[in-house]
Design a protein around this ligand. Structure first.
Ligand code: ADP
Ligand code: ADP
Ligand code: MG
Length: 666
């Protein structure tokens, strides 16, 4: 076994790999970009090496810089994690050429599986079943259109070099084919520098089931059972589980057997995942991912194995730790991916600072993998995953209950996340009933999206208590500074000369104003809320937790306050409220024409005006590209462009001021 390891990645996977390497006694070296100087993965490692500026192309994807960091720090091996350089055959070769161990498969296996078309040709040869389709070299649009017609609509166009759901287009009818092909090719070219595509029959209600395989350099190859990853949005996984529910032992045996055959067909070594699409009792090979998968923890939980340890042992030339017969599956595990993204806006990635972050504590049944800490920034540069929550129990229902509980204890303030959406998924009766196919999320969209409802009285009461507590503390502080701390002017219990002992606090729920009247009572308050009066009293602890008596109910909630905005966490749900107080600290009014900000993180693709230009209301000013979509930023009024803050090609964060605009008078 080597004695040191460089992790050519960031975020949760870098942290996770460091954990195992450390446990095995290896010295760990992290690499980081300028944006990641203070990142958790760097702090966890024994040593960190700067490899370049924030954009991944200039840091984490720079093979030479990473190899140089390994050599300079005296490391013997490199683990690429997933994403970045993990499926880059040239990088694997460059490592070997520099005398470094690449923790992954041979470059030839990466190459063989790197193209979905070539992979399918190899699998066809090996007798692994394929989805009916065309994966030929001839890319003449007419040939492709004819192939689509023969396969029969609907078909799916996929980028051969694809990954991450990019370059994929579903085509319903022959008439739509030409335009869809052009779009898929453009996207493939832009994302992978390769516009070759393949065409598959589009299965309408399939499951995604994949098999974890492992091979060593002694020629042994095993599987570690399967995972069901059918819960997807935009063809990307959201919740994964292992084992796959509701399949027979015969089916499992055929599936895992085909996966091992697939790995053996390409002389595989290390960890790999063979992805199948399953419909009508049949399974078809989709692709093989020649790396550790994001969702590998569910397999670790049901088998009790550490797959990163297996990877390191195999890379060091050791045989597989277990033979096939000794690999057992016990219980059931789920993984939910917590992302900074907005389910309401087609899962558009979000950015921002994690102003408040509470992840559930790990235990025998729960594991939380993360690469961030409270205060960290989720930027446009990298994957917006915040954490993975992994729950295990003896059976599926119990594991799902644990997952729901863990999500209910998760709190994020500062950016938009899919947390409520994950909670709705994990709590969905159809998911509990094992209704599993890749159309689940679109089909149940309405019951999964958070419903707009006024905040419950209990939530208003908690926000009131937090606000009253702040006022009390502020009054106390003022009293301490004053000459006469006993002056009645500093009392915050509602005492006023000649006025009634009550007070108004008004909240904003969106555009609606919700006034609450506060009556001061001995030891607490009586609140006049929309649903009636409620006695309320409570105490805050240092963690922002509020232990409160609300009428005859006692609750523990968390109230996070930022300026005039409150986030209340109660009963596993998150509520956002604002104080209707123009003087609240941090409450900024956006005046018309003052600022023009980016509605989402993206890239400036066109500037349509110059500084100094006079424009009319509605005139297009610039185009921002985000998530395959173009957004035109228009003038909010007649006026003048004072300054442009970005150039074409620049990446911008959500909320970034794009240009300075001066509205015309009158
Ligand atoms: P999986 O099937 O395990 O989800 P994906 O192919 O979707 O695998 O990608 C694995 C992970 O790596 C995802 O979280 C994705 O966002 C991330 N990823 C994919 N490509 C890149 C890349 N070029 N750079 C950084 N991260 C990437
Ligand atoms: P990626 O490299 O982006 O992971 P995959 O080929 O693995 O691409 O496909 C991603 C997802 O797209 C699958 O998990 C599945 O949900 C869907 N998909 C892929 N092929 C088909 C198909 N032929 N019919 C229906 N859905 C498909
Ligand atoms: Mg895939």
């Amino acid at each position: 076994m080597f004695t040191s390891l460089l992790i050519a990645n960031r975020g949760e996977i870098a942290c996770r790999i460091i954990g195992t390497a450390r446990r095995m006694g290896l010295r760990t070296v992290a690499v980081y970009s300028e944006a990641d100087r203070a990142a958790r993965h760097v702090a966890l490692a024994d040593e960190g090496r700067l490899v370049g500026p924030a954009p991944a192309a200039e840091s984490y994807l720079r093979a030479e810089a990473i190899i140089e960091a390994a050599l300079a720090s005296g490391t013997e091996a490199i683990h690429p994690g997933y994403g970045f350089l993990s499926e880059n055959a040239d990088f694997a070769e460059a490592c070997a050429a520099a005398g470094l161990v690449f923790v992954g498969p041979p470059a030839s296996a990466i190459r063989a599986m790197g193209s979905k078309s070539e992979a399918k040709a190899i699998m066809e040869e090996a007798g692994v079943p394929l989805v009916p389709g065309y994966h030929g070299a001839d890319q003449d649009p007419e040939v492709l259109a004819r192939a689509a017609g023969e396969i029969g609509f609907p078909v799916l166009i996929k980028a051969s070099a694809g990954g991450g759901g990019k370059g994929m287009r579903v085509v319903e009818t022959a008439g739509d084919f030409e335009a869809a092909l052009a779009a898929a090719q453009r996207e493939a070219k832009a994302s992978f520098g390769d516009d070759r595509v393949l065409i598959e029959k589009y299965l309408t209600r399939p499951r995604h089931i994949e098999v974890q395989v492992f091979a060593d350099s002694q020629g042994d190859c095993v599987h570690l059972f399967e995972r069901d990853c059918s819960l997807q949005r935009r063809h990307q996984k959201v919740i994964e589980e292992a084992p796959a529910p509701g399949i027979s032992e015969d089916f499992r045996e055929a599936l895992t057997g085909a996966a091992v055959t697939a790995a053996e067909a390409i002389g595989y070594r290390g960890a790999g995942t063979v992805e199948f699409i399953v419909e009508g009792g049949a399974f078809y090979f989709m692709e093989m991912n020649t790396r550790l998968q994001v969702e590998h923890p569910v397999t670790e939980r049901i088998t009790g194995q550490d797959l990163v340890e297996w990877q390191l042992r195999v890379a060091a030339g050791e045989p597989l730790p277990l033979r096939q017969e000794a690999i057992r599956c016990r219980g059931h595990a789920f993984e939910a991916r917590l992302y900074a993204e907005d389910p309401q806006r087609d899962f558009l990635p979000a950015t921002g600072r994690l102003a408040h972050l509470r992840l559930p504590e790990g235990d025998d049944h729960l594991r939380v993998d993360t690469g961030v800490a409270e205060g960290d920034e989720v930027s446009v540069h990298y994957d917006p995953m915040i954490a993975k929550v992994i729950a295990w129990d003896e059976d599926r229902a119990a594991a799902l209950r644990r997952l729901r509980g863990a999500l209910a204890r998760t709190q994020v303030v500062g950016l938009t996340t899919n947390l409520a959406f994950l909670g709705a998924l994990a709590g969905h009766p159809a998911f509990a009933a094992e209704e599993l196919d890749t159309g689940f999320i679109p089909r149940h969209r309405d019951s999964l999206m958070p419903v707009e409802a006024p905040p419950p009285d209990a939530v208003l009461a908690l926000a009131c208590l937090a606000e009253l507590e702040r006022r009390r503390a502020a009054a106390e502080a003022a009293a301490r500074r004053s000459a006469d701390p006993y002056s009645p002017w500093f009392r915050s219990d509602g005492w006023r000369l000649n006025v009634e002992t009550h007070n108004e606090i008004t909240f904003l729920d969106g555009a609606a104003r919700i006034p609450v009247t506060v009556h001061y009572r001995a030891g607490g308050f009586l609140l006049d809320l929309p649903g009636g009066s409620m006695a309320a009293r409570g105490a805050l602890d240092g963690e922002g937790r509020l232990r409160a008596d609300l009428g005859d109910r006692q609750v523990t909630a968390t109230v996070v306050r930022r300026g005039g905005a409150f986030t209340v966490f109660l009963d596993g749900r998150t509520y956002a409220l604002a104080l209707d107080d123009p003087w609240a600290p941090g409450a900024e009014e956006e005046s018309l024409g003052g600022r023009l900000t980016a509605p989402m993180p993206g890239k400036i693709t066109r500037l349509l005006v110059e500084a100094g230009a006079e424009v009319e209301r509605g005139a297009p000013l610039l185009i921002l590209e985000a998530m395959k979509m173009e957004h035109t930023i228009a003038a909010p009024a007649d006026g003048r462009i004072e300054a442009l803050h970005y150039a074409v090609g620049d990446l911008v964060e959500e909320g970034a001021e794009l240009l300075a605009f001066e509205a015309a008078e009158g």
